[in-house]
Design a protein around this ligand. Structure first.
Ligand code: HMG
Ligand code: MG
Length: 310
């Protein structure tokens, strides 16, 4: 299999933590609902490919996200895993379910806009943050760290433009309530690199440094890799992506898949940045899951490499 030729660039980190969201952000938006056995196999294959941060599932309302209604079964079959394995929780019920399953990290998910907070969580931004403060404190009391997401950081389907100040204010609240890491979400994939820098600078002014930030780009307008590289140049070292570019968000109609992990890894390895990921093994996993979902992977790297993988 072809590998990227290596040529470094100044000002980039030596290592990037790839945070894999395929089993959660990917599968939550697929019309084909996979069995828990397949999901567990998917997660194990991702870990075998070298991914050390894999978001496993969501403990949300099964009425809202039926694709992930089997969270308990998935967790029970997985048992202890190497690395970091957060699960999404929206409310106290979700936290109780997650802790009962032995979750080792939670993720709460806020929005920079009122429209998406209402559509995704059925409450206001302030109400969601008040709930999350309780969840994060309770999780930390039992030694479980929390990640916080901010959706719609760079644009919103109902409200249009979103300012850096608006997104930074929500991200800073998540950091202040005790989220160890805050992931900046471009839910509908509209951001361009200048916006990414504006948001990182706005967060720096609020005292939230890039050591606590991750970036989460969807690739709707083909900007995800360009946005990633400027984030890395500004000190971010954790990047969210999904194997094979699976995903979207069922509550944001214009969202397509996440940045594909293979496309990210191709670029990072080309830049001489260590990820710990075995690209061939990851591509094989994405080809396998795409066949089960009945559609080809949208990842350009998977498409380019798959003919040579047989
Ligand atoms: P609600 O309808 O206001 O809540 O939803 P409710 O309390 O009235 O509950 C509705 C039903 O769900 C009830 O059942 C509850 O018992 C049940 P019923 O009585 O009708 O049979 N329920 C639950 N069941 C299991 N686990 C729970 C739970 N909570 C309630 N935790 C709620 C409010 C927050 C529950 C709902 O809005 C919800 O589940 N939202 C989750 C939406 C979601 O998962 N979105 C995708 C993740 S976010 C994302 O993808 C963006 C991200 O990738 C970053 C980016 O790209 O920007 C992270
Ligand atoms: Mg997402």
């Amino acid at each position: 299999m072809r590998s990227p030729q290596r040529a470094g660039l100044a000002g980039l980190p030596e290592r990037v933590g790839v945070y894999e969201v395929g089993p959660r952000d990917g599968l939550q938006n697929e019309s084909t609902v996979l069995s828990p056995v397949v999901k567990v196999d998917f997660i194990r294959r991702l870990i075998e490919a070298g991914l050390r941060a894999v978001e496993l599932t969501s403990f949300v309302s099964p009425r809202w996200v039926p694709q992930l209604a089997d969270a308990e079964q998935v967790m029970a079959s997985l048992g202890p895993l190497p690395g970091r394995h957060p699960v999404l929780v929206p409310n106290e019920r979700g936290l109780e379910r997650a802790l009962a399953c032995g979750a080792t990290e939670i993720a709460v998910f806020a929005s920079a806009t009122e429209s998406f907070a209402a559509r995704n969580l059925n409450c206001s931004i302030a109400e969601s943050l008040a709930t999350f403060a309780v969840l994060v404190a309770r999780a930390r009391d039992v030694g479980v760290p929390a990640r916080g997401y901010v959706s719609m950081c760079f644009g919103d389907p109902w409200e249009g433009d979103v300012t850096a100040a608006q997104a930074a204010a929500v991200a800073a609240e998540l950091a202040a309530m005790g989220c160890d890491e805050v992931s900046l979400g471009d839910t509908i994939g509209v951001a361009t690199p200048g916006q990414v820098v504006d948001l990182l600078e706005a967060l720096d002014v609020l005292g939230v440094g890039t050591d606590r930030l991750a970036v989460h780009f969807h690739d709707t307008y083909g900007q995800a890799l360009a946005n990633t590289i400027v984030a890395l140049q500004h000190g971010v070292t954790t990047v969210d992506s999904s194997a094979g570019g699976l995903g979207g968000c069922p509550f944001a109609g214009s969202a397509t898949g996440n940045l594909a992990t293979e496309d990210l890894v191709w670029q990072l390895h080309g830049l001489g940045i260590d990820t710990g990921v075995d690209l061939e093994s990851l591509c094989r996993t994405s080809m396998w899951i795409a066949a089960l979902l009945g559609r080809p992977s949208p990842s350009r790297t998977v498409q380019a490499l798959s003919p040579t993988l047989g």
